[in-house]
Structure formats: C-alpha cells, structure tokens
Design a protein. Structure first.
Length: 513
C-alpha cells in the first residue's frame, strides 16, 4: 500500500473522494452486469494496484479484474444491486475510469483469489505451523495449569486457532477434528460429509491449543478427565459463526471436535433440498394437514434438522404458533420460540415438550424422539390437534414405524397419528469444475457440494391396517412400495443417470449400518 486508507476497512483515500455517492464526473458509479465468471477463471488473476487491501475488497465484495476498453471489469458475489455506491465510486477514482462493469463469481473462490492476489502479507495456518515447528520446545502433558493458560494466550497460539477456524470455514467444513496421539496432533476437516487431513501443528502445542479452545468456550481448563461441551460465538469472514465444542479425554490427551454453525448461512426452502417433484408434492400435502406426525429419519449428518427447518419455513404464515425443542438449537428461526434441551437442569425433550403443550401451539418441532416418554407425548400431541415434526435414527422410512413400536407406542396409535416419514441421506455432487477428475476447487476429491437422497412413505389405509396388525418392517416396506413409495436406491439411480453423483457415492451413503 503506497497510501494508507482513511477507513479501517482499507478503502482508498477519503481525501481524494468527492462528497456523497457521486463519482469525479458527478454521476453515480455504473452497475452494468456482464454475466458470471466460470469456475477457476479468476485463479491466475494478478493485482492491478497496490492501493487496495484484502480487508477492503472482502468487506465490499469487489475485486478489480481487468480493463475492458474504458471500463473496469469487477468481480463480485451476491446481488450486484446491493453494492455500496461509494465503494464503486472509489474504484472509478482509483483507476480513473468512467464506467464499471460487474460480473458475478462464486463467493468462496472470489475470497480465495482476493487473499492470494492482494494478501501478500497474510499468514496461513500452514506457514504459521511451519514457524512453530522450527521453534517448538514446550513440554506437553504435565505442564502446570498456569503455564498452559499463559501459553494458550500467547499470540502464535491465538493466531493459529483463529486461522484453523477461518480456513475450515473457507473450505466449507462442517466440523474440525483435533486428535492427540503419541507424539502427534492430527487436524482434519469434514467437508461434504468426508474427513480430509489439514495442516497439523507440532504435538508440543497440542495442550496449549486445546486449552485455548477451552478458554474460548468458557470450559474448565484444569479438567482433563471427563468430557466437556461448550460453545463459542465468533465473527469470522464478516459473519457470525457458532462453534459447538466437544472435548473428550483419550489415551494420549484430549480429542476435540468443533461443529461450525454459520448463523448467516442461507436458509434452505423445501424446494432447495433436492427432492424429486413427486416427493416434494406429497411432503407438502402431509405438512398441510392440521394435525398428525411427520418424521425425518436417517443417520447422524444426513440433513434431518435442515429438512425440519425448511418445513417450518414452509409452514410459517404468521397465523400459527410454532415452537421447537432441540438439543442443541442449531440455527435461530425468526418468529419461532426455540427451547434448548438442558439435561443437567432436568430439561429433557419430554419435560420441555410437556411445557410447550401449555403454550397453545399449532406446530411443534421435536429435535429427536429418543425415548418412550418423548414418543408418547408426541403421539398425544398429534391426537389432540397439533402437527408434530420430529426425527428418528433409522435406516429407512418403514423402519421408523417399527422403531416407534420398540419405544413402547401402541401400533394403533402409530397408525392413527403418523402421516408421513421422509428417509434421507446426503450425497456428494460431482465437481462442476473438473467433472469428477479432481482439482483445487474440490480438494482433489472429484466432488463439491451435496444434494439430498430421499424416500417418502405416506400413510395409506393398507399401511395403517398392517401397522395395527403388527406386521414386520419388511412387509411394511413392500406395502409402501406397492402404494407408490420410491425408495432411496431408486432416487439414487436417477441421480447417477443424470450425472449429479456417482454409483460409488450412492453405495457409500446407503450401505446398511
């Protein structure tokens, strides 16, 4: 930077800027939109000036790309109509051009290019780890608590933890795993449901890093013998991110898993989930019923909570009372009171659900039906005129019906209340940039992003009769298929035929537990 900006974001000099949102020629900055950059098209971009900082570029969502005649071509993400006129005007003045032409690009790719091209002084986790490895001398294991607190608050450790979280967010990771082994600390990111190795700090810093995370999550830094859970709220990349912290003692130290919950991530509607049209229509009809139970089922990490949130969004009209009880509350829903489970204080799913029934609800979302008491209350709520949304852990939709029986619910009550069961998985999409061969955009995996895999069981008279008669799961599945249920394998085959994913990916997520 040859000229220090007046603002903390690093904008061009305010001294050379005209008042208001007008350019040097007295007109608002142009907003002509050219189109969109292809994935990877900006990878080789070189900086056009040394007077812009990464912070300013990311804050304003603007990246100068090249001159096109008398116009400056600028890349952005999101809606170009929401850009700051003053920032566009700053670019007109800086490059002495009458017009600016905008083109959109993927946010993650654009941030990456901004930091690479304009962030020459930016320290990466990998470079910081290399420096730490060269000077590592701290003892592990039996270090005094006071020493650990001091070390955890030292600048290199603080920066390293922050960088690991930022780079995990940039990689679209849902979880960060830090695992202590004899003489090693392993760091992995879960991206699109699969774990990938990341840069790992020297093992000598393992205790300091764990202690730093404990301090951030307000956990007991001296306790290393029992599991601890906490939460961190951080501003990362101009947005608020909640980090759920789980720490468990192991043979060689402590294992830490961080769940990244981006509070400002775009909420999905039902139509965004990837349901086939016939399943989406049937699910919406089930949700339109005034009472009954609609279940989402599948293994951990299959997107069940996202589906229930989308269902709530679909149901919201402002004329109904919607309440949730969750463990934990993952995302805040506007206009919906959400109750977190707190077992330590005696607030279980069952206790919270009983209380919520006295809140005059129309719709209840129960994060998970884990036990017979919760199942019984949910059934009674459905019988007394409420629509109940919840999840179960079963491999397929018919299995949810017999799971309720296993929890002690009478078969005739299940037949009377359950309206639909949606079984689901999340499968990785073939990377659009490399068509599955592997590239930098997909971390050489051949996949980038995920979509849903679904089967929907809608209750029919034949199924109600069979449930009341106590028939086994395989017979319920056969009846459901005769009545029109399209199973997971069928939907998966259609996704493979259309090139969305691969047969190997379908097999990975649908194999029996």
């Amino acid at each position: 930077m040859t000229h220090r900006p007046a603002s903390s974001a690093g904008s061009p000099s305010a001294a050379s800027r005209p008042h208001g949102a007008l350019g040097a020629r007295g007109a608002p900055a142009a907003r002509d939109v050219l189109g969109a950059f292809a994935p990877g098209e900006l990878e080789a971009l070189t900086p056009l000036t040394d007077r812009l900082t990464t912070a300013w570029l990311e804050h304003h969502r603007l990246l100068p790309v090249r001159m096109v005649g008398s116009s400056l071509l600028v890349a952005t993400w999101g809606d170009p109509t929401t850009l700051d006129d003053q920032a566009l005007d700053d670019l007109r003045l800086l490059f002495d051009v009458p017009d600016i032409t905008l083109a959109t690009a993927d946010e993650a790719e654009l941030r990456h290019v901004m930091r690479r091209a304009y962030g020459g002084e930016r320290v990466t986790a990998q470079s910081l780890i290399a420096g730490l490895a060269a000077t590592a001398h701290h003892a592990t294991g039996a270090a005094a608590i006071d020493d650990l607190v001091s070390l955890a608050n030292e600048a290199p450790v603080v920066r390293l933890v922050n960088l690991l979280l930022v780079e995990a967010l940039d990689a679209r990771a849902s979880d960060v795993h830090l695992e202590q082994y004899a003489g090693a600390l392993r760091v992995r990111y879960r991206v699109d449901g699969v774990l990938h190795d990341a840069s790992s700090p020297p093992s000598q810093y393992a205790s300091a890093i764990v202690s730093r995370l404990k301090i951030m999550a307000e956990l007991d830094i001296a306790e290393r013998r029992v599991p601890q859970d906490g939460r961190i709220r951080l501003p990362l990349r101009d947005r608020q991110v909640d980090v759920r912290v789980s720490i468990v003692p192991t043979l060689n130290g402590e294992s830490v898993v961080l769940r990244l919950l981006d509070r400002e991530r775009e909420r999905h509607s039902l139509s965004d989930l990837g349901c086939p049209p016939e399943i989406l229509d049937a699910l919406q009809r089930a949700l339109a019923r005034p009472h009954g139970i609609v279940l989402a089922t599948g293994p951990t990490g299959s997107g069940k909570t996202t589906t229930l949130y989308a269902a709530i969004q679909h149901l919201q009209s402002g004329r109904e009372k919607i309440l949730t009880v969750e463990d934990p509350v993952e995302y805040e829903l506007d206009g919906v009171p959400q109750v977190p489970v707190n077992d330590r204080l005696g607030v279980s799913f069952a206790v919270a659900l009983r209380a919520l029934l006295r809140q005059d609800p129309d719709v209840l979302m129960v994060g998970e039906i884990r036990d017979g008491e919760t199942a019984e209350i949910a059934i009674q709520a459905a019988l007394t005129g409420h629509l109940v949304l919840s999840t179960l852990h079963t491999n397929d939709a018919p299995g949810a019906l017999t799971r309720l029986v296993d929890l002690g619910v009478a078969p005739f009550l299940i037949a009377s209340t359950v309206e639909a069961v949606l079984a689901q998985r999340l499968v990785r999409r073939v990377c659009a940039s490399c068509a599955g061969r592997g590239c930098g955009e997909c971390r050489q995996s051949g996949y980038r992003g995920r979509t849903g895999l679904y089967e929907l069981l809608v209750m029919t008279d034949a199924l109600r009769t069979a449930i009341a008669a106590g028939v086994p799961t395989n017979e319920l599945a056969a009846i459901a298929r005769r009545d029109g249920m399209r199973d997971l394998a069928s939907h998966g085959a259609s996704l493979v035929r259309s090139g969305v994913t691969t047969a190997e990916e379908i097999a990975r997520v649908t194999r029996p537990d």
